[in-house]
Ligand binder design. Structure first.
Ligand SMILES: C[S@@+](CC[C@H](N)C(=O)[O-])C[C@H]1O[C@@H](n2cnc3c(N)ncnc32)[C@H](O)[C@@H]1O
Length: 254
């Protein structure tokens, strides 16, 4: 893939693909071309310019929007049983940031946890992404009813199923504020107690990660916690002022 092709694709998908692993990108785009009958990349690029459905299919194939409620449930269990109670006892009202929230399942899972602990709490979850289509769906808070199986049984009563849809009720929506934010170029929210950034940094080249982790460290208050995906590690956490807490969780200690 030439530099110019990466630039065109980035422009069309409104995604900075320079920050992504080149081999992974090449492999995923090649597989997409084979499935969709394209022999060369320039033909795909021309088709993408005029076909929004193809654009969305490519975004989906890049794995970029894949998400679930309570993804990796064992980690959410640790969050519910150990991390959140400790944060709530220290900070009372929490400011949480779900960075790369996709269609909203992650921030609504967080909202369900908060509601379980303190329905009247004045917590806020700032949920951000660069995909405007995903953000629009996230704000709606409606999913296929079959997605209810992703939600652990104890939290299911907090959601409702109406006319074949799983609906996020206002009691949970009230905690979440969705907004556009590009992790590679926009300023990060400050004063955060829990920063959830899962299954997004895996797509980035190693060179761009230190800047992001530095930004995360500045975003968090001392004692705040960073929550990563199950296949992501923060190498050298102490160089950013973090200490490992549990698998996938790091506390800002400096
Ligand atoms: C695989 S999804 C992960 C969703 C959720 N965090 C989870 O773990 O289920 C990754 C999300 O990151 C978003 N994303 C990709 N590049 C981004 C960037 N540069 N800044 C912010 N979000 C980005 C994508 O649009 C996508 O919604």
């Amino acid at each position: 893939m030439t530099e110019q092709q990466v630039q065109h694709l980035s422009q069309i998908l409104r995604l900075d693909l320079h920050a992504y692993h080149p081999q992974q990108l090449q492999r995923l785009v090649t597989a997409f071309m084979q499935r969709n009958g394209f022999i060369n990349l320039d033909d795909l690029i021309s088709a993408l310019r005029v076909d929004p459905k193809l654009r969305q299919n490519l975004l989906d194939s890049l794995g970029i929007n894949i998400t679930q409620f309570f993804r990796d449930p064992q980690m959410w269990d640790i969050l519910a049983k150990e991390i959140l109670p400790a944060l709530l006892s220290e900070f009372k009202s929490l400011r949480i940031w779900s960075a790369g929230c996709s269609i909203g399942k992650e921030p609504y899972s967080l909202a369900a946890l908060l509601y379980q602990f303190a329905p009247q709490g004045t917590h806020i979850i700032i949920a951000t992404d660069i995909d405007e289509t995903a953000l629009t769906q996230a704000k709606k808070g409606e999913y296929p009813a079959s997605d209810v199986k992703e939600i652990p049984p104890i939290y299911r009563p907090l959601f409702s199923v109406q006319n074949g849809l799983l609906v996020v009720p206002p009691t949970l929506k009230k905690f979440v504020k969705f907004q556009y934010l590009n992790l590679l170029s926009d300023p990060y929210p400050q004063g955060i107690h829990l920063l959830v950034c899962r299954n997004l940094l895996i797509y980035f080249r190693p060179e761009v990660k230190p800047r992001i982790f530095q930004g995360f460290a500045q975003s968090l208050v001392r004692g705040g916690v960073l929550f990563l995906g199950a296949s992501e590690v923060l190498l050298n956490p102490s160089s950013y002022g973090f200490a490992p807490l549990q698998f996938g969780f790091y506390q800002k200690v400096l």
